[in-house]
Every structure is written in structure tokens, then in C-alpha cells.
Design a protein around this ligand. Structure first.
Ligand code: MN
Length: 135
């Protein structure tokens, strides 16, 4: 066994997130593992940019209420205890609802070719975010 002490928490980069979001890496597997697990904490109103994951992503909500949107206009409202599976290459965003914090574990696999597992796209603008909050 290997005990990994509590690691540092960093503010998520503004190029990829709107509002204040904090990332804590839990596990970044080394070959042959491709597992990557992090804890992502969103303050009220904060959300990711649109993006997609080459090998998909599983989100497990640990606190609060959040929103996950896809390009077809679907918005899923998630709560602590929920698990949401985002399939490979489906463009989506995730964030807190407007008036609550939301934290989730991000569980994903890296690409077998070593390429970046996540492709980042444009921000979710305020109008689209406000619409999502009404769903
Ligand atoms: Mn994602």
C-alpha cells in the first residue's frame, strides 16, 4: 500500500472555467494505469467551459446541486450522491447551480496514445447558464 497525503488544491484556470472553481488531484495513474481522479469544487454560479473527453468521464456528486448540459439542450440537475456518466466525445459542461455550491469527483481514463484526454472549448455564456438554471 501507499499512503498519499492530502495534496494541494489549486484554483481552476480562467481559460477553462467561469467563476471560482477549485481542483484537487486525487490520483493520476502511471502506465499501465490510465486512471485519473480529481475532486472539483464549484462555488455558486461557477461552471466549466464546454469540453469533451476522449474516453468519457464519470462524475460523482459529493455536495450540493449542480447542472450538466449537452449540445442538444438537455440539462441534468444533479445532487449529492448522484453519478453521471458522460460518454466519449460528447460535448458537455458541468457546474454548480446558481445559488449553491457543488462538488464532484471527476473519474476519467487517459487516452491509450498518451494524448490529452480532454478537449476544451468555449465558455458557457451567462444567457445559456441562466436558461439551464431554469430547467
Ligand atoms: Mn467533463
Amino acid at each position: 500500500m501507499e499512503l498519499k497525503p492530502v495534496g494541494p488544491t489549486a484554483q481552476a484556470p480562467a481559460q477553462r472555467f467561469t467563476g471560482d472553481v477549485y481542483l484537487t488531484m486525487i490520483y493520476d495513474g502511471q502506465d499501465p494505469s490510465r486512471m485519473n481522479v480529481s475532486l472539483v469544487r464549484f462555488t455558486p454560479g461557477a461552471r466549466s467551459n464546454w469540453h469533451r473527453h476522449a474516453v468519457g468521464q464519470t462524475l460523482h456528486v459529493t455536495e450540493g446541486v449542480g447542472l450538466v448540459g449537452t449540445r442538444d439542450g438537455q440539462v441534468v440537475r444533479v445532487r449529492a450522491g448522484d453519478t453521471l456518466i458522460c460518454p466519449p466525445d460528447e460535448e458537455h459542461w458541468h457546474g454548480a447551480a446558481a445559488n449553491t455550491f457543488m462538488s464532484h469527483f471527476s473519474i476519467l481514463e487517459k487516452r491509450s496514445d498518451g494524448g490529452d484526454p480532454t478537449t476544451w472549448l468555449e465558455p458557457v455564456d451567462d444567457e445559456a447558464y441562466d436558461t439551464a438554471n431554469q430547467k
